[in-house]
Design a protein around this ligand. Structure first.
Ligand code: AHG
Ligand code: MN
Ligand code: MN
Length: 343
């Protein structure tokens, strides 16, 4: 038959095979060797992707809403940002609470842990989230995201207890984020490497796009809000001055959305710093739903994360919204910063 277009020959090469691998299929194949799995984790991730698709669609329309704001229908005091924070929080909560897979939800947007409301049944996982990270960037069309951490419950049954959440980062069962950027990408680890899935909005599915992401150990890119460096710990200002030596080969990238900066560094290599400062003496970022999950991903990808004293995952959560300094990314830069801070 005559064709005007080149026709590719069907091939069973792994690369072609992977092109069509949905997140759902990937999880089922991962769990094939775990006959004890009950399916609750797959259900949990399916509900996460449902919420992510809803938030992604809303974020994509934010530019239109921003234009309305310019006409005076929205104030410039962050009200729209607040609405997106609340929309993301409510969307994730509603998608997650009814599925019978969680015994507790913790959110940046809520002071207390959220029990599973009746008539829904508590399940075996605990979910902590930053529903919308980098929300100050919505009106700039820069990358924003959702970050989440998953623990297996410790308590026997019923609603989750404090022992289910006030625990070491080493207890994490899984972690991930969704970055709403030029495209929407979900990055996930269950402790067997880090894998990325890109949303194809035309069919509403996440497909495997980044298998086994490895964080390059020595890429010389740093990400931080350098404007605050005047009040950082002295060894860091010395380190930062060293990055200005052209012979050292450093470059800088900072968006101001942790999830966007981290994603860039995960894919391209780099180190992210949010040290303590006079303005934020314990750092700004939250241990449970920002530092813990990204540290889990960084370590799984061959990188590292520290609070400047100990690895982030060695910390034990003392309170839900506890803050921490954070140095995260390529292993060599993180170990150099740790060494300097110890002096
Ligand atoms: P959130 O939008 O969840 O409150 O988080 C904002 C955080 C984080 O995304 C980012 O790394 C940091 O704030 C940026 O802070 P600065 O503006 O101080 O650089
Ligand atoms: Mn955040
Ligand atoms: Mn947030």
């Amino acid at each position: 038959m005559h064709s005007l277009l080149p026709v590719s020959t069907p091939s069973a090469s792994p690369a072609q095979f992977e092109e069509g691998t949905t997140l759902d299929r990937f999880l089922l194949e991962t769990l094939r060797d775990h006959p004890e799995a009950t399916g609750q984790f797959v259900t949990l991730i399916n509900q996460v992707t449902l919420a992510a698709k809803l938030v992604s669609a809303r974020v994509n329309r934010a530019g239109l809403a921003g234009m309305f704001g310019a006409t005076g229908t929205m104030n410039i005091q962050g009200e729209y940002v607040q609405k997106m924070d609340i929309y993301a929080n409510e969307t994730f909560k509603r998608a997650l609470e009814h599925a019978g897979v969680l015994c507790m939800i913790v959110s940046e947007e809520e002071e207390n842990a959220i029990p599973i409301p009746p008539p829904f049944h508590p399940g075996k996982y605990v979910f902590a989230m930053d529903p919308l990270d980098g929300s100050s960037n919505i009106d700039t069309n820069a990358s924003i995201g959702t970050i989440f951490a998953v623990f297996r419950r410790k308590s026997a049954a019923g609603q989750g207890q404090s022992e289910d959440i006030l625990r070491s980062g080493r207890d994490l069962a899984a972690a991930g984020y969704i970055v709403y950027g030029a495209g929407t990408v979900l990055v996930l680890s269950t402790g067997q490497g880090v894998h990325g899935f890109t949303l194809d909005p035309t069919v509403g599915e996440f497909f495997l796009s980044h298998r086994d992401i490895r964080l390059s150990p020595d890429t010389r890119t740093y990400s931080c809000n350098e404007a605050y460096s005047g009040t950082w710990p002295a060894p860091l200002t010395g380190w930062l001055a060293g990055t200005k030596d052209p012979a050292a080969g450093w470059s800088a990238r900072y968006i101001g959305s942790l999830v966007g900066d981290f994603h860039r560094n995960l894919v391209k290599g780099g180190v992210f710093l949010y040290p303590p400062s006079t303005k934020a003496p314990s750092g700004k970022l939250r241990l449970l739903y920002e530092a813990f999950p990204l540290a889990f991903l960084a370590e799984q990808a061959g990188g590292a994360a520290t609070d400047g004293r100990i690895p982030i995952l060695d910390r034990t959560l003392a309170s839900l919204h506890e803050r921490t300094p954070l140095y995260i990314g390529n292993a060599n830069a993180v170990s150099e910063i740790t060494r300097l801070l110890a002096t």
